[in-house]
Write a protein that binds this ligand. Structure first.
Ligand SMILES: [Fe+2]
Ligand SMILES: [Fe+2]
Length: 261
């Protein structure tokens, strides 16, 4: 089984880049499943049904999320009804959204969950405890599991990687919007990267026009953030799982500059 996972797709520039490149990348990497982190799809803040629709039509199979998922009140009903979109598992029980997505295609099955970190992030339960509790309830353990760990702290991500090694097929980090250079197969067969990075405009500060963020740091005066459209780049990982064991055998980071045609 081959999986393409795109890190935080940011705003219109990120969406348009993905729409332009997805079919080529899917063919190049022979991907069975395409998954994206969708917390910044709508102008950097949350998701809407309309923007999600365009990506489903382009061949995205599932979406993970994070702390920005609920930024748009008008999308709450959609977040509840869209079964291909997962919200963080370790948020309060009544938080809107689905916690598990199962993908089935080409004789392959893949389960998908998302967790958030506790360090420099909005309050949530421990990702470690939430994962352990999830596993005690999980019956179909033969189905491979991919976890998006949406977190700021590299230490928290790395620690969770050791906790999950051998228990999940892949643990991919998101949220920082900066790709890390540490993609590896852990000793017990889990594919891991601390952060997949951002698909969007990198001539920016994590997706936002840089002069606005600089002004904020210089003055502490808040200004409305605007999405940058310069320096577009795909940030993703490609993961291959062994069809017999379900364990990961390859992970490759993808980091490509590409302008819109
Ligand atoms: Fe993000
Ligand atoms: Fe985030």
């Amino acid at each position: 089984m081959k999986i393409l996972f795109f890190g935080d797709v940011f705003g219109k520039p990120g969406r348009e880049l993905l729409l332009q490149e997805l079919s080529k990348l899917r063919w190049e990497f022979e991907a069975d499943f395409v998954i994206i982190n969708a917390e910044n799809l709508a102008d950097g803040r949350g998701i809407t049904e309309k923007v999600a629709k365009s990506l489903w039509s382009a061949g995205v199979d599932a979406m993970t999320s994070g702390n920005h998922l609920w930024d748009r009140e008008e999308a709450i009903e959609y977040i509840i009804k869209e079964k291909r979109l997962v919200r963080p598992l370790n948020y309060p029980f009544n938080t809107p959204g689905n916690m598990l997505c199962r993908l089935e295609k080409n004789q392959h099955r893949l389960d998908l969950i998302c967790l958030t970190g506790q360090i420099f992030m909005p309050p949530c339960d421990s990702a470690f405890h939430a994962f352990d509790e999830f596993m005690t309830r999980r019956s179909e353990r033969e189905v491979s599991l991919l976890v998006d760990f949406h977190a700021e702290s590299t230490a928290e991500k790395r620690a969770l990687a050791w906790h999950l090694d051998g228990k999940v097929a892949a643990l991919v980090g998101t949220h920082t919007h900066i790709q890390t250079a540490d993609a590896e197969i852990m000793p017990q067969g889990t594919a891991y990267i601390t952060d997949v990075g951002m698909t969007g405009a990198h001539d920016s500060v994590i997706g936002v026009k840089k002069h606005i963020v600089l002004e904020r740091f210089h003055t502490n005066v808040p200004h409305r953030f605007e999405t940058s459209d310069r320096g577009l780049m795909i940030n993703a990982v490609w993961i291959e799982l062994d069809d017999q064991t379900g364990k990961a055998i390859k992970i490759k980071n993808i980091r490509r500059k590409q302008e819109l045609i």
